[in-house]
Design a protein around this ligand. Structure first.
Ligand code: GDG
Length: 469
């Protein structure tokens, strides 16, 4: 049996899986690595004066992990720079926020080369390599340059941007060309794959081969759609655990005679948090009869605080939540509870269950797992209603949610009102259809489908493994 090597910028294999704090993706990849006797490789999160390439090997509950430290300059240019200031905003259609500096591009290339140089000696002839996300797009090209001929797959967790926006990136062609060093490139949705194809065909003059493959730059790459999901059984267990039930009880008591609306998002401009608060404000304005009867609980852990754009949006959200609360609060009621902190997974599950409405309104999102978690946590006899942005990848599968355009505060207001007043029979019908989707697309199925497709991908001449049949 061939080994699986997972590569991602940060390695999230939990030290103590029983603690239940690791997300579904971390658990699913860890389980696969145990089955396939594999290895998880990435940045340690530590910085050093001078890059040495020295590997730190760890055994995390049976999962082998190999970590490498980066130089401060690498972190600044590759991680904070090119990955989070250039590609992340661009891939989320925020060209206005996408900052490009030559040093970022150089740092990105250099750091990926370093990752490749450290990883290559660990690779054995039969290994299958699975690279994750926008931090490491050129990695396969750099591994090929070092003579690695194994099967290498890439999965993008974010959206792929429209061609007209991607061309604003200096050296966009080089970035896309590097994706043709993979054997398989996967996206969450048909829409992201279509946009990728559009670039390849219209900008780079490539061709579709009619079998899910694309030919361009003298190479061929297989493509596929792999919608990610959650660990449904694990999440239900968390919901029904002592911590999950305690949180549910606490929140149900806190929401007595009131309906709770819940939002859970990293503090990120792609999540549409400002627009969400404005939509909720519009709802309070449009439906005076609902004031005092609902509240919005918004859990928003701080993320990427080193990047200016994140500090800006944080300040704007603080001001907005404060303004709305100042304007609408009563002595015994506050319309928004805005929390910049994280909770354990079992607490989140209990929280979702106690919420009458799940408000998931990103402006653009690769998939969005909160939508699936909210659905999974509901009580089948009395389920809440999911309001979902049509611009989340999840909307491609979750058409039974109340789909909204998050840029329209009136539409958000109408959807909140509809969700709060939807009859029980209709809530149940919607929930059953959505829960089926959540079950049909769980994270283990996603992982297995990708690995299967990678092993089955036709090998392009240049990449052919020495031992290919
Ligand atoms: C990227 C793509 C794609 C949030 N707050 C807490 C907490 N969370 C957990 C949620 C959920 C996860 O973080 C967030 O996942 P999302 O999918 O919503 O969003 P991103 O972080 O942007 O993820 C996205 C995903 O990759 C997978 O491919 O779906 O489109 O952007 O699981 O529950 N978890 C805990 N405490 C918190 O306070 N424990």
């Amino acid at each position: 049996m061939s080994r699986l090597i997972v590569v991602s910028n940060r390695v999230s294999a939990p030290v103590d899986p029983a603690a239940g704090s690791a997300g579904g993706l971390a658990m699913a990849l860890s389980a696969a690595l145990k089955t396939y006797d594999g290895l998880w490789f990435g940045w340690s999160g530590e910085t050093v004066e001078t890059f040495t390439g020295e590997l730190k090997h760890q055994d995390r509950a049976g999962v082998q992990v190999a970590l490498v430290d980066l130089e401060a300059q690498d972190v600044e240019e590759y991680y904070n720079g090119y990955a989070n200031k250039t590609l992340w905003p661009l891939f989320h259609h925020r060209v206005d926020l996408s900052a490009y500096e030559r040093s970022y591009g150089e740092g990105y290339e250099r750091t990926n080369r370093r990752f490749a140089e450290v990883l290559a000696p660990l690779i054995q002839p039969d290994d299958v390599i699975w690279v994750h996300d926008y931090h490491m797009i050129p990695l396969a090209r750099d591994l090929r340059r070092l003579g690695v001929t194994n099967r290498i797959g890439f999965f993008l967790h974010t959206p792929w941007p429209a061609r007209q926006l991607l061309v604003t990136l200096p050296h966009h062609r080089r970035l896309v060309e590097s994706m043709f060093a993979y054997d398989l490139v996967g996206f969450h949705t048909e829409e992201w794959l279509d946009l990728f194809r559009d670039y390849v065909v219209s900008e780079a003059r490539g061709e579709l081969d009619g079998q899910g493959g694309l030919e361009c730059f003298g190479r061929r790459v297989q493509t596929g759609i792999f919608p990610i999901g959650i660990d449904v059984d694990g999440f239900l267990k968390a919901r029904d655990s002592a911590g999950g039930v305690r949180t549910y009880d606490r929140m149900a008591a806190s929401a007595a005679f009131r309906s709770m609306i819940v939002g859970v998002d990293r503090l990120d401009y792609s999540k549409g948090l400002e627009q969400r608060l404005l939509g909720y404000e519009q709802f309070l304005h449009d439906h005076a009869e609902q004031r005092g009867k609902v509240f919005l609980l918004q859990v928003t852990p701080i993320s990427r605080d080193e990047v200016d754009a994140y500090q800006d949006i944080r300040a704007r959200l603080d001001a907005l939540a404060g303004r709305i609360n100042g304007e609408y609060s009563e002595m015994d009621w506050q319309p928004i509870r805005y929390l910049n902190r994280t909770y354990r997974r079992d607490q989140l599950a209990g929280l979702y269950r106690a919420a009458r409405v799940g408000l998931v309104t990103p402006l653009r999102d690769g998939m969005n797992l909160v939508a699936k978690e909210y659905v999974a946590a509901q009580n089948p006899d009395d389920p809440g209603v999911l309001i979902l942005s049509r611009f989340a990848g999840a909307a491609e599968q979750m058409g039974e949610a109340l789909l909204v355009n998050p840029f329209s505060r009136e539409e958000l207001s109408d959807a909140i009102h509809k969700a709060l007043t939807l009859p029980l029979a209709e809530r149940r019908r919607k929930w059953e259809a959505l829960m089926q989707v959540v079950r049909d697309t769980d994270v283990a199925g996603w992982r297995d489908a990708f690995v299967r497709a990678l092993k089955a991908a036709p090998i392009s001449g240049n990449n052919a493994p020495a031992n290919a049949a």
